[in-house]
Design a protein around this ligand. Structure first.
Ligand code: PMP
Length: 395
């Protein structure tokens, strides 16, 4: 099979999995009206499948900051942080994030994906070990591959399995990076951080926590799981993204270790790419202030999360393991998941469809996510539609 034929075979396999399902992926958003509403074709839909947890994508502070940055600094930096792309704003944002986490060092990357690639491949290499949670995001897997380290998966959120694997490593556990997430992107559950910290200390390993989905969502000031659990001094490296609660694009790594700074000289995903645009840095800085003072937004977010989670569970849907702004509905087959996705779309509700192998444990998922801008009337309507569809689809 030549290279193009291989792609044809992959396309055919995808089509065979669920021919009618292809339209659910990469659906064109024709107009975005607000943090909760958009137009898809002729439909004005409720957006219940974004990562806009604090609902800040249309905030006037963030938009004004972005406009001003474009006017003053232009549309793009056209270069790497190592060359001509290291503007005042990038450095200021690094300082603000370091202060926010009470950490010594921060590096800003161009995307959250690159933050994981750049951090992991900078920290470990050939001869080292990475121990990753089985539900880890693709950017973590890809960072591991780029690093050349030996990759071992432990069962999702299973600290017994993690300990077993650390024990087996013997002396190599000292050269091991354990990688977990604050809130997991598919099922919405949280890592047992305190227990994992105990293990990483006992085995003298290093811990990286990806707070992509928990930044802005957990903790009094929104730092994430580190703040909720009081573990900021125990975690070695924290990565995160600007593309979810902060409503921009970009990523970061913060650390209490001064050595993080060395990554600027060795990390290819930091060096060999252009830096984030001035507008995205400016809107992210404005969003970070709103996030830090966003106690009311978090309160509303969690009220919405609880309302949707409890209602879907009471209706009889299999939902994720704990209440979360990510409410996953687990279904046995891709066909059933697609039927539910279509049913919701017919009622003008957009959610994410996730099919195997992207969903954990061979399941299919309808991934809903709420944000602080959803009103309780909107959530009520969603619950009502889910209830109606339950009798049609789940029989
Ligand atoms: N980490 C996790 C856990 C994620 O879910 C994502 C994105 N979905 C990323 C990193 C990458 O972030 P970005 O989309 O900002 O590149």
């Amino acid at each position: 099979m030549n290279l193009l034929e291989k792609l044809d075979a992959a396309a055919a396999a995808r089509k065979a999995q669920l021919p009618e399902g292809l339209s659910a992926f990469g659906i064109p958003i024709d107009e975005a009206f607000s943090a909760t509403e958009a137009r898809i074709g002729k439909r004005r839909v409720l957006m219940l499948g974004t990562n806009n947890y604090l609902g800040l994508s249309f905030s006037s502070e963030c938009r004004d900051a972005a406009h001003e940055a474009i006017d003053q600094e232009g549309t793009g930096t056209t270069g790497s942080r190592m060359a001509n792309g290291n503007y005042y704003g990038h450095r200021a944002l690094e300082q603000e994030l370091a202060e926010f986490y009470h950490c010594r060092e921060c590096i800003v990357f161009t995307t959250g994906y690159q933050a994981n690639l750049g951090t992991i491949s900078g920290l470990v290499g050939s001869g080292d070990v990475v121990l990753i949670d089985g539900d880890a995001h693709a950017s973590i897997y890809d960072g591991c591959i780029l690093s050349g380290a030996d990759v071992i998966r432990f069962r999702h959120n299973d600290t017994n399995d993690l300990e077993k694997r650390l024990r087996r490593l013997g002396d190599r556990s000292k050269n091991t990076l354990i990688i977990i997430e604050g809130i997991y992107s598919m099922l919405g559950d949280q890592a047992p951080l305190a227990e994992i910290v105990k293990l990483k200390n006992a085995y003298h390993s290093t811990l990286l926590l990806d707070e992509a989905h928990s930044l802005g969502v957990l903790g009094e000031t929104g730092q994430g799981l580190v703040e909720k659990t009081g573990m900021i001094d125990e975690v070695d490296f924290i990565t995160g993204t600007f593309s979810k609660s902060l409503c921009g694009i970009g990523g970061f790594c913060v650390s209490r270790h001064a050595q993080l700074n060395q990554l600027r000289y060795i990390s290819h995903p930091y060096i060999f790419t252009a830096s984030p645009s001035p507008a995205t840095i400016a809107s992210t800085r404005a969003a970070l202030k709103l996030l830090r003072d966003g106690q009311l937004l978090r309160k509303q977010l969690w009220k919405n999360a609880q309302q949707l989670y409890t209602s879907l569970q009471a209706t009889g849907y299999a939902v994720g393991p704990q209440p979360s702004p990510i409410v996953a509905v687990l279904l046995d087959s891709p066909k059933q998941a697609l039927a539910l996705w279509n049913g919701l779309m017919e009622h003008d509700i957009y959610v994410n469809l996730v099919l195997p192998p992207a969903a954990p444990e061979g399941k299919s998922l309808i991934r809903c996510s709420v944000n602080a801008a959803h009103t309780s009337e909107q959530i009520d309507r969603v619950c009502q539609v889910f209830t109606e569809l339950h009798t049609v689809i789940m029989q």
